[in-house]
Design a protein around this ligand. Structure first.
Ligand SMILES: O=C[C@H](O)[C@H](O)[C@H](O)COP(=O)(O)O
Length: 228
């Protein structure tokens, strides 16, 4: 069993009958969704899933997990998702798979958030992983210019030479920051949020409650972290 599968299965143990569960996106969350699908089928686990991307929706539908949209539920009990980097203060970067917008909406409406990662994702300070910023196409060149002027080393994310489109039809600009001190995260988040054309960014601050880390010797659960 690989480390992503290990934490996916471990996290699924936190899901019990009657829960409304946010289903994350990515290669680690994939295993958690597979495990929930298995439990729905074999153990008649009674849950409602709220997906965070078209890809996860497709996967969950194929597994016959009952689904509702985030707008059809009163709340989400628990969301389980992957992450790209987690700092020693449990702040995170997400969006390597371009799903950050729906992920942040579902996470912000969840009573509890669990992130599942292999141990390579734990860092002292965030920033080695490029920070994704979701922007609407209109005016995106102006945002690229602004980020360039601010020495954030922006790169428009491409696939086959074309701008990638998120599930909402937006572009992703990746910022290469190298290392961001935790004290600079909130000012950076506020600055990005205030820019016209920016829809959302991949800094997930004070959101996670528990992290399940995949280590060679087995899964390790750390947290819980109080929300700020
Ligand atoms: O947009 C994608 C999500 O934020 C993913 O949860 C994140 O990129 C981690 O993905 P993976 O588990 O594939 O490394």
């Amino acid at each position: 069993m690989n480390l992503k599968q290990m934490v996916g299965i471990e996290a699924a143990k936190h899901v019990t009958d009657g829960m409304i569960v946010g289903l994350g996106t990515g290669s680690t969350a994939y295993y958690m969704v597979e495990e929930l699908g298995r439990r729905v089928k074999e153990e008649q686990l009674d849950i409602i899933g709220v997906t965070t991307s078209n890809a996860t929706e497709q996967q969950a539908r194929a597994l016959n997990i009952p689904l509702k949209s985030v707008d059809e539920v009163s709340h989400v009990d628990l969301t389980i998702d992957g992450a790209d980097e987690i700092s020693s203060n449990f702040q995170g970067i997400k969006g390597g798979g371009a799903a950050l917008l729906f992920e942040k909406i579902v996470a912000s409406n969840s009573n509890k958030n669990i992130w599942i990662v292999d141990e390579s994702k734990l860092v002292e300070n965030l920033g080695a992983f490029p920070l994704p910023v979701e922007v609407i196409p209109y005016g995106s060149q102006q945002l690229l210019n602004l980020f360039e002027e601010n020495e954030l080393q922006p790169k428009l994310r491409l696939i086959d030479g074309e701008s990638i489109k998120t599930d909402s039809g937006n572009y992703i600009i990746d910022l290469h920051l190298e290392s961001i001190d935790d004290s600079a995260l909130k000012p950076l988040s506020s600055w990005l949020n205030a820019l016209p054309g920016v829809v959302e960014h991949g800094l997930f601050l004070d959101i996670v409650d528990t992290v399940i880390v995949g280590r060679e010797k087995g899964p390790e659960t750390i947290g819980a972290i109080r929300r700020g």
